[in-house]
Design a protein around this ligand. Structure first.
Ligand SMILES: NC(=O)c1ccc[n+]([C@@H]2O[C@H](COP(=O)([O-])OP(=O)(O)OC[C@H]3O[C@@H](n4cnc5c(N)ncnc54)[C@H](OP(=O)(O)O)[C@@H]3O)[C@@H](O)[C@H]2O)c1
Length: 310
């Protein structure tokens, strides 16, 4: 089978395709024929900035072809999506049942990649800000796969004002289409009227202006892989809060809530109430192009690799 790998950390050019023997599922694992793979900023960062090469894992979707010893949750032939901890940029991948779920009949593999992980992070990060109907919400990286979904949750949740924050004014039309009432660019002198909740997918140097943009009592949800520092004094003044959110913690600590939210995601999707946007669908061989697209911050929505096995 074909898979994408790299041997030295660096830019997208370090990625290459190789032919290798297909993996076998161990006890408690399942094997899938991969149809679609999600390309995400955290993985792009690991390739560029990591201290050593890692397997290009992450979100994959495909058809179950074999079950390891003891796996009873899934059957061969079922269409599933899940988080892969080994090699995921590949024609076949190994998953664990706990982080795998079925794809409903109405949806395709690319839909699953655009919806499930991004949608769960969007739902969880939005809820972590404890938004009340009638409050205002600002979303950074608003044109990203997760950001476009947070905009929709905020709108559907009755936010009085939904503000999209993006790195370039070129993304304005796209985020308005996704539900934003106002658009600000990070470098703008002011981000407008202070907001009650900020859902931040950027971090780093953006945390300062983000905390300043909060109203008194406002909450900032930090869920990005961008790091950064918040001064306690800046929170104290105005009685503001910073809240961390990580989907893996939610999945591990609150499995029943995770399962309910996952069902709700698919119901909203089936009813046309939650729209995913796919920025690019590229073949596995074009993984470097997919990484370059995200590094250049040009993606509007989800970047997906496909193997041709859909
Ligand atoms: N907490 C969790 O459980 C969890 C899980 C998955 C992902 N995440 C985080 O969620 C954030 C958004 O992920 P995603 O999958 O929605 O992103 P994505 O679709 O891959 O898009 C990445 C977007 O992030 C923005 N961005 C911010 N800093 C960037 C940088 N240094 N380089 C390139 N792009 C940058 C860009 O939009 P602008 O140029 O408009 O800023 C870009 O379009 C990421 O920070 C990711 O680490 C968190």
């Amino acid at each position: 089978m074909r898979r994408v790998r790299y041997e030295v950390n660096g830019g997208p050019e370090v990625l290459f395709v190789e032919d290798v023997t297909a993996p076998q599922p161990g006890p408690g694992e399942l094997l899938i024929d991969v149809a679609a793979v999600g390309v995400t900023l955290p993985m792009v960062r690991k390739v560029r900035e990591g201290s050593e090469p890692v397997a290009l894992g992450g979100e994959v979707a495909g058809t179950v072809t074999a079950l390891g010893e003891g796996v009873t949750e899934f059957a061969v032939g079922e269409r599933v999506t899940g988080l892969c901890f080994g090699h995921g940029y590949a024609e076949q991948a190994v998953l664990r049942p706990a982080m795998t779920s079925r794809i409903p009949a109405h949806a395709g593999f690319v839909d699953a990649i655009a919806l499930v992980r991004s949608g769960m992070v969007a739902r969880g990060a939005y809820a972590a800000g404890r938004p009340e109907p009638g409050e205002s919400v600002l979303v950074t990286a608003a044109a990203s796969a997760i950001g476009t979904l947070v905009l929709q949750f905020a709108k559907a949740g009755g936010a009085r004002r939904v503000v999209a924050a993006v790195s370039s004014a070129e993304k304005a039309d796209f985020v308005r289409e996704a539900g934003a009432d106002e658009v600000v660019v990070y470098g703008d002198e002011s981000w407008g009227e202070p907001v009650d909740v900020i859902v931040d997918g950027v971090g780093g140097e953006l945390l300062g202006p983000a905390v300043r943009a909060l109203s008194a009592g406002g909450r900032l949800v930090a869920f990005s892989s961008g790091g950064g520092t918040i001064e306690a004094y800046d929170l104290l003044v105005g009685g503001k809060s910073a809240i961390g959110f990580q989907m893996a913690v939610l999945a591990r600590n609150k499995p029943a809530l995770y399962a309910r939210w996952l069902d709700e995601l698919w119901e909203l999707h089936a009813a046309g109430k939650l729209r995913t946007t796919v920025a690019a669908t590229l073949p596995l061989e074009a993984a470097a192009e997919a990484h370059a697209l995200i590094e250049a911050r040009r993606n509007l929505g989800k970047v997906v690799l496909v193997t041709g096995q859909a």
